[in-house]
Design a protein around this ligand. Structure first.
Ligand SMILES: NC(=O)c1ccc[n+]([C@@H]2O[C@H](COP(=O)([O-])OP(=O)(O)OC[C@H]3O[C@@H](n4cnc5c(N)ncnc54)[C@H](O)[C@@H]3O)[C@@H](O)[C@H]2O)c1
Length: 358
């Protein structure tokens, strides 16, 4: 067996191979799943709710926007003839409010469990981090950290509750890249919503940019360990897309450039939710472009090429792909190999003693 195969971290964490976007998924796989979504009243969330309810999922929307969410739930129930679309008020920055959302979701779920959790609630807006008080102010004023509260604390509360409730989903089994999505209705899935602002700098909104880098870090950490709870964790990283979150400043900045489409975000999100074989992957969704792959593997814009809006991002954390990763992983694998089981027992013993001694 090749060294690479023998000590493959990717295999140990049960991560699936890069998503093959040419393989179709079936929206019918959503049928009978119970999906909890925060921030489901507007934008991507609302579009997900429409799509998933139309395909027979039970959807529980948690949002602060009471009027919008309530109206959406009523409209979708009527349009889809699916009675299992519910709104529960939830402020994601409030722990008790999120606990209540999850409890209500379990109560309203036809099978008494939650199959999928989408941490979609998010805010952006004018960021005064670098210009807090105006140049004529004599003293600094307390900064507004709402973006951090919603986009980080809120997402962490959602994630924590997901890891409590998903393994308690009756009849669910550990997630697996080898599962059959047509026969895996009792799933255990967390879908995080990152952003292109988590992959690169967003000059005008440092807090938003920091919050989405945090979501990326959360994803990369969770995807290495979530297998222990049988939970699969995936990430969506949309580029700028026309929804109410985009402030005027962003629209001004983007003028003349491309924006992505909500329907492409829904397509990518639905693939991740429906296909139980996708474990620990992240998809970037941008403006649709025509591209062609050159012989050296490089992608170039080409009018005659394939139409593409969705790409895999951060695919290779544990692969022998980047120079840094390659060096580190080789070193770590070599250490593991040299230490063997004797080394493992020694380290374990030391770790337990450390715990007892504290
Ligand atoms: N639109 C884009 O360009 C874009 C790009 C990348 C990532 N995103 C991310 O996608 C997610 C959805 O954004 P969207 O574009 O649909 O925006 P949106 O403004 O249309 O929707 C956000 C939803 O979150 C809800 N929300 C805000 N604060 C909340 C709170 N404290 N508790 C509960 N709900 C709350 C809002 O009421 C709203 O329904 C966000 O996480 C956002 O950061 C958006």
């Amino acid at each position: 067996m090749a060294e690479q195969e023998k000590y493959s971290m990717v295999k140990s964490i049960r991560q699936s191979p890069p998503v093959d976007l040419s393989i179709p998924y079936d929206s019918a796989w959503l049928k009978n799943k119970t999906i909890l979504i925060t921030g489901g009243a507007s934008g991507f969330g609302a579009a997900f709710v429409r799509k998933w309810a139309a395909n027979g999922a039970c959807v529980i929307i948690g949002d602060i926007s009471v009027q919008k969410a309530d109206q959406l739930a009523r409209d979708v129930r009527k349009e889809t003839s699916n009675p299992r679309v519910h709104f529960v008020y939830c402020d994601v920055t409030d722990w008790q409010s999120q606990v209540n959302l999850f409890k209500e979701a379990v109560k309203r779920s036809p099978h008494g469990g939650i199959d999928c959790v989408i941490a979609c609630a998010g805010v952006a807006g004018t960021d005064t981090l670098q210009t807090p008080s105006g140049l004529d102010a004599l003293a600094p004023s307390k900064p507004d950290f709402k973006v951090i509260d919603v986009n980080i604390t809120g997402v962490l509360y959602t994630t924590h509750l997901a890891f409590f409730y998903l393994p308690r989903n009756p009849g669910s089994t550990d997630c697996s890249p080898d599962s059959d999505p047509a026969n895996t209705p009792r799933d255990r899935h967390v879908l995080l919503i990152g952003s292109v602002a988590g992959l690169m700098p967003l000059t005008i909104q440092p807090q938003y940019c920091a919050s989405k880098h945090a979501v990326l870090g959360l994803f990369r950490s969770l995807r290495s360990s979530a297998f222990a709870s049988g939970v699969r964790v995936n990430l969506l990283c949309p580029y700028f897309i026309d929804t109410p979150i985009l402030p005027t400043s962003a629209r001004v900045m983007l003028a003349g450039g491309g924006t992505g489409k909500v329907e492409d975000v829904v397509d990518a999100g639905t693939r991740l939710v429906a296909d139980s074989r996708i474990v620990g992957r992240s998809l970037y969704v941008g403006p649709k472009v025509k591209v062609r792959q050159r012989d050296d593997g490089e992608l170039v814009l080409d009018e005659g090429g394939e139409d593409r809006a969705v790409w895999e991002a951060y695919a290779d954390d544990w692969e022998d792909a980047e120079l840094f990763c390659r060096r580190m992983i080789r070193i770590l694998n070599t250490i593991t190999q040299v230490k063997g089981w004797t080394g493992w027992f020694k380290d374990m013993f030391a770790a337990l003693l450390y715990g007892i001694g504290r």
